[in-house]
Design a protein around this ligand. Structure first.
Ligand code: FES
Length: 156
């Protein structure tokens, strides 16, 4: 099956990002872009601080827990993969924009559409179940985390 992106939804998503970021020049640019160009837009460099003592980040107090987040209109997922490490990834699969979830039992990131799997660094560890070959990594975010204080930052 060919890789056909959901163009209208993706375009609306990116237009919202442009509006939220105050990028007036970005919006007209997006209207004239082909789909392939839309996927290569640079990250918006949103930085968010978090504290596990406060909601909703208290959900990450337990190793193996995950939390859906939206930063700058970008949907992502934070996962407490160990005592000392929290990872951050986008929730949009690079295959056909399915939703990414954390599989706690398998300790892996899984797409809910075609079951592609990703390591915590975004590397593809399992191919989509529709016969396509996926080589594009899942975009990750830079996360700092101090387990002693429970505080950290996420940079998209
Ligand atoms: S959309 Fe196909 S594996 Fe994610």
């Amino acid at each position: 099956m060919p890789q056909t992106p959901r163009q209208p939804e993706r375009r609306q998503f990116l237009l919202r990002i442009g509006a939220a970021a105050g990028c007036g020049a970005l919006v007209p640019l997006l209207h004239g872009c082909e789909t392939a160009e839309l996927y290569t837009l640079p990250p918006l460099h949103v930085e968010v601080t978090f504290d596990l003592a406060k909601s909703p980040y208290d959900a990450l107090k337990t190793v193996g827990a995950s939390l859906d987040v939206t930063f700058g209109n970008v949907d992502g997922l934070l996962v407490r993969v160990s005592d000392a490490q929290i990872i951050g990834v986008t929730r949009i699969c690079p295959h056909q924009q399915g939703n990414i979830k954390w599989d706690k039992a398998g300790a892996t990131l899984v797409c809910t559409t075609h079951a592609a799997k990703f390591a915590s660094n975004g590397a593809v560890t399992g191919q989509p179940n529709n016969g396509d070959t996926l080589t594009t990594m899942l975009p990750t975010w830079a996360v700092t985390f101090d387990a002693a204080t429970g505080k950290g930052t996420v940079q998209t």
